[in-house]
Design a protein around this ligand. Structure first.
Ligand code: GLN
Length: 231
């Protein structure tokens, strides 16, 4: 009998969620639609069990961290990442998942071993664009949009810097702006604000890996079992 139950196709496609508590989540969903990926807005912690990859968007990092605590996301998020779920933080999202910050607020979640400085370019210009190359992405350089952007000041072992902005004429040295360790990725710029879908495609590949990962599946079924049915 042919596979008419509709599961064949959806099981092949990784399921991507975009944290939709605050920030520019709609723009990420739009980019994913452009590459033919179904993405869901994540507002409840239970939804983490239904996805292979989560994007934490740009916005205001102190607010996002506050809301993640308020809605009980923090422990579950860590356990899904530990079990292999793919994770990508853009701009404020990078700040949220960092190990520590050069700034007093917020207290980041330590989901990737990087030290980050908020609003790094803010003193000179609040926004700028730069052409950058990202390891793992072929073709022309990407147009990267920086809006009150953070930078990566230091990285722990095994964290790969996959993109930097070149030194500027005013003497500002080259800065790391995209990093990756395993399936966790952070970018200080906003690929969702360009028409270039290549960084989203790169992330979908990480989520695909997670989709095929047995550990990630067993963690998800555990977490589904633990979810009280009366919520
Ligand atoms: N400066 C913001 C923060 O610290 C991030 C800006 C952005 O996401 N575009 O949270």
């Amino acid at each position: 009998m042919s596979d008419l139950n509709g599961t064949g196709n959806t099981q092949l496609q990784p399921r991507i969620g975009v944290l939709a508590l605050q920030g520019d989540f709609a723009e990420h969903i739009h980019m994913l639609v452009l590459i033919g990926v179904n993405a869901v807005e994540i507002r409840k912690v239970e939804q983490l069990s239904e996805i292979d990859g989560l994007i934490i968007p740009g916005g205001e990092s102190t607010t996002i961290v506050k809301l993640l605590h308020m809605f009980g996301f923090v422990d579950e998020l860590r356990s899904h990442v530990d079990s292999g779920m793919a994770l990508w933080g853009t701009c404020a999202g990078m700040i949220v998942i960092a190990r520590d910050l050069a700034d007093p607020y917020p207290t980041p979640l330590n989901l990737i071993d990087i030290g980050v400085a908020r609003n790094y370019f803010g003193r000179q210009v609040d926004s700028f664009e730069s052409e950058i190359n990202i390891d793992g992405i072929e073709g022309d350089p990407l147009r990267a949009i920086f809006i009150r952007a953070p930078i990566v000041q230091n990285t722990g072992p095994d964290v790969k810097v996959i993109a930097s902005v070149p030194a500027k004429e005013d003497g500002t040295p080259a800065q790391a702006v995209a990093v990756k360790k395993g399936r966790v990725m952070a970018t200080s710029f906003h690929p969702e604000l360009t028409g270039d879908t290549r960084v989203h495609t790169l992330f979908v590949e990480l989520a695909e890996e997670a989709r095929n990962d047995v550990n990630q599946h067993s963690a998800q079924s555990r977490s589904t079992e633990e979810t009280p049915s009366t919520v």
